[in-house]
Ligand binder design. Structure first.
Ligand code: HEC
Length: 203
């Protein structure tokens, strides 16, 4: 039965099956009569605790909001990378079973629309506009087979290692909640808001 039913239709619909349905329905269950109302109570679940919400609330913004305490350097990151990442992304991020993470040279340009195969040429060093996204991405999704398993210090270290391999920071630069948002990525100025008014928007 559709959720939005007029009272007249309901009267016409009454049949033995309808009474059976009523008999089996828990007293607190009611069907919203008007669109937009959500009075249905199912009698299970419980409000999420602050701790449960914090475990999911891990997004990091371009200005660094959301970065956790901790720190790391490329040297430490190189060790972790060899153990947990190289098998899929190549010993130096050159790609393998999965994505290339490092530019082939410091001069590798931003792959724009003049590049017919631009999607194949996108990588952290020439395409990602914010360094903080690298932290967010690694923390939430890598290693692919065990996402969420890395500690904050490990994620900072891996982020530092990949930024160093991409010729963006030096090997000894420490990455933490203060320094990481200050890293300016080569592709930073390549993305602009589409503020055209007279054409179809492009996202
Ligand atoms: C089992 C294979 C595997 C392992 C191990 C692995 N990755 Fe990945 N990685 C992937 C796959 C697959 C993707 C693409 C996922 C997608 O596009 O949805 C990816 C994507 C990425 C990307 C985004 C690339 C881009 O430009 O879009 C980064 C960064 C990354 N991985 C970092 C890491 C780091 C750091 C580690 C080690 C902690 C790691 N990965 C371990 C399989 C792996």
């Amino acid at each position: 039965m559709p959720a939005r039913v007029s009272r007249t239709t309901k009267v016409l619909c009454i049949s033995p099956a309808f009474f059976l349905l009523l008999a089996c329905t828990p007293p607190e269950l009611s069907i919203a009569e008007e669109e937009g109302e959500r009075p249905i109570i199912y009698g299970f679940g419980s409000p999420a605790t602050a701790e449960e919400i914090a475990a999911w609330d891990i997004d990091v913004r371009p200005d660094g909001k959301g970065l956790p305490p901790g720190s790391g350097t490329a040297a430490k990151g190189a060790e972790i990378y060899a153990l947990k990442c190289a098998a899929c992304h190549g010993a130096n991020g050159e790609g393998g079973l999965n994505d290339r993470l490092v530019v082939s040279s410091p001069d590798e340009q931003f792959p724009d629309s003049s590049d017919a195969n631009s999607w194949q040429h996108r990588t952290v060093g020439n395409y990602w506009p914010y360094a903080t996204t690298l932290f967010d991405y690694i923390r939430r999704s890598m290693p692919f087979t065990l996402p969420g398993s890395l500690q904050s210090d490990e994620v900072y270290s891996l982020t530092a290692h990949l930024l160093h391999l991409n010729h963006i920071i030096s090997e000894s630069d420490e990455m933490n909640a203060k320094t990481l948002p200050k890293v300016v990525m080569p592709a930073h100025g390549k993305f602009v808001l589409d503020d055209r008014q007279e054409h179809q928007e492009v996202h």
